[in-house]
Design a protein around this ligand. Structure first.
Ligand SMILES: Cc1cc2nc3c(=O)[nH]c(=O)nc-3n(C[C@H](O)[C@H](O)[C@H](O)COP(=O)(O)O)c2cc1C
Length: 199
């Protein structure tokens, strides 16, 4: 039985293409393993705070010395990291905002990238500490980035692949839904993306 974590970062609920695409990936995973358990992490409900000094103080203070204030500040981060460690498969919905990920998703990443917990520095450089996870990215964009003039301006996908790899997650499959703002493409964009899913 696999544990699937579905991370949602679009605030658009039922209208969201990245949520629909992420759900389709989850459905295909569950067709393969009907006993899979799914945890949905909706980052738009009680969003992660941007990193403030209270979070940084908590991150860089050893747990055994944490004050009540440190404990409160680090709770989001600890929960999010635990959810990742508990998962076998992580589906991340990532709508493109201004050529990159949304600040909502970035805030989650800022809370899960923790030295000594999800990566560490060694004499040979940084080593990721999250192992044995499969990640599927449900990337949705108004334009087209898989080819053509804008292909060089997809900063979302290379960034997510790099930062996940930095944390130790190297099995990353990208599923693209693209052209949601392009006449002639937008009506079929979601179906095309769903058809392209291979798990
Ligand atoms: C604030 C904002 C910024 C966006 N920036 C881009 C962009 O830079 N490039 C692009 O192709 N689409 C952009 N889009 C379009 C979205 O990526 C596209 O509509 C996507 O399907 C949104 O995902 P969602 O339906 O899950 O919310 C933007 C949309 C919004 C709301």
């Amino acid at each position: 039985m696999a544990n699937i974590l579905h991370v949602i970062s679009s605030p658009r609920g039922e209208a969201s293409n990245s949520i629909k695409l992420g759900n389709a990936i989850v459905d295909k995973l569950r067709e393969q393993d009907t006993a899979s358990a799914v945890v949905v992490k909706d980052l738009t409900q009680g969003p992660f705070p941007h990193l403030e000094v209270a979070h940084l103080n908590a991150f860089f203070t050893p747990a055994e010395q944490h004050t009540e204030e440190n404990k409160a500040a680090i709770r989001h981060s600890n929960e999010a990291i635990q959810e990742i460690f508990n998962a076998d498969v992580i589906v991340i919905g990532a709508p493109m905002y201004n050529f990159g990920i949304s600040s909502t998703l970035k805030a989650w990443i800022d809370h899960i990238a923790r030295a000594g917990i999800t990566f560490k520095y060694t004499a040979n450089g940084a080593v990721g500490l999250i192992s044995n996870k499969k990640v599927y990215l449900a990337v949705t964009t108004g334009g087209v980035y898989s080819s053509g003039d804008y292909a060089a301006f997809d900063f979302l996908t290379p960034y997510l692949k790099f930062v996940l790899g930095f944390l130790g997650i190297t099995y990353v499959t990208v599923v693209r839904g693209e052209g949601f703002a392009v006449e002639g493409l937008k009506d079929k964009a979601l179906d095309k993306a769903i058809d392209s899913i291979t798990v």
